[in-house]
Design a protein around this ligand. Sequence first.
Ligand code: BDR
Ligand code: CA
Length: 353
Amino acid sequence: MTTAAESVARIPVFVDVDTGVDDAMALAYLLASDDAQIVGIASTGGNVPMEQVCVNNLGLLELCGAPDIPVSAGAPQPLVIPLRTAEDTHGPSGLGYAELPATERRLTDHDAAAAWVQAAHDHPGELVALACGPLTNLALALRLEPALPRLLRRLVIMGGAFGYKGNTTPVSEWNIAVDPEAAAEVFAGWGAAWGLDTPSHLPIVLGLNLTERVAMTPTGLARLAAAAGSPTVTMSVLDSRGTRSDAANPVIRVLEDAMRFYFEFHYDQGEGYLAHVHDPLAAAVALEPDLVRTAAATVDVELTGTLTRGMTVADWTGIWGRGPNALIGVDVDPAVFFERFTDRVGRYARGLV
Ligand code: BDR
Ligand code: CA
C-alpha cells in the first residue's frame, strides 16, 4: 500500500557538505522532507577535514535510520591552497558536543566530483543540487562535465557575503575563503553556460547578508524538541559549558548537543547565545526557492587582493558587461523558515522512535 508520503513526487536532491553543525541541520531537514529524496552526499573538507566530514555524514544517516544514501569522499585539499578548518566554530569532530552512533555504512568507490556528475546524468533536468561547503568538489565536477549547469534543475549555494561583512576575513565568507579558486571556477562555469535569457537557471546564492538574519535560539530548539514529542529543558547562557541534552529522542539529543557548541561559539563572538543556521536555510530554499527574494547579478571572486582575497564581488548593474551568473538572496522571512524547519524535523524525529 502506498502511504500519503510516498505518493508525493520526490525531488531528487544532491547535497555537498562540510559537516559541520549547521550542515548536519541541513541534512536533517532534507531527510525530514517528504518532497525530497537525497540521491547522493558529497563530503568536502572545510569545517573539519574531509575524512571527518565523511564520518559525520555516515553517522548522521545511521542516527536517522536513513536508507542507503551514497556518501562520497571528496578532494582532501582545496584546488590550490592548503585546507583550513574551523574546529573553534564546530567542535573537534565538527558536531559540537554531539556523539554519533557507530555505523557499518561505507563510502562509494567513486569520489565526490564523479558523484556530482553521475547524479546529474541520472536525473537530467530534474536534479536539485545544494552546496553548503567550500566549492572544491563542485569545481572538480565542472571540470569533468562542463555541461553540469545545463543538466541541473536548480543549484543553491550557501556562500559569500554581498554588501556585508565577512566571517573569515573582514570581507570573505567561510565557504568561499577556504577555496576561493574553486568558487571562482564555479561562478565562471555557470556564467559561461547560461546567458541573460535563462535567469531561472542561475544558481541561487545565499550569502551572510541573508543567512545571518536567520538565527536559531534556545527557544527555537525547545520548540523543535516539543514538536518531536521530546520536551527538553530550554538551554541557557547560564548553563555550564558543554551541558548535555536531556532529550529522550536521539535525533533531538544530537542536534541539541551540536547546537550548544555553536551557541557558545556565537556567544564568544559577541553575537548572543544563538546560532546562524546558514545551511538549513539553503536546504529549505533548495526545495522551495520562493522562501527568499533574489536579485540577479554577476558574481566574481577576488583571488589576488592582499586584503580582499576571497571576497565575493557582485556587479548588480552590468558595469562589467557580462551576463548575470547568480541570483543573490536579498530578503527572507525567518519566521516562515523556522516554521518549516520545526514542523518537518520535529515530525521526522518523532517518527524515528
Ligand atoms: C558557512 O561556513 C560554515 O562554517 C557553515 O557550515 C556554513 O556553511 C557559513 O559561513
Ligand atoms: Ca557548511
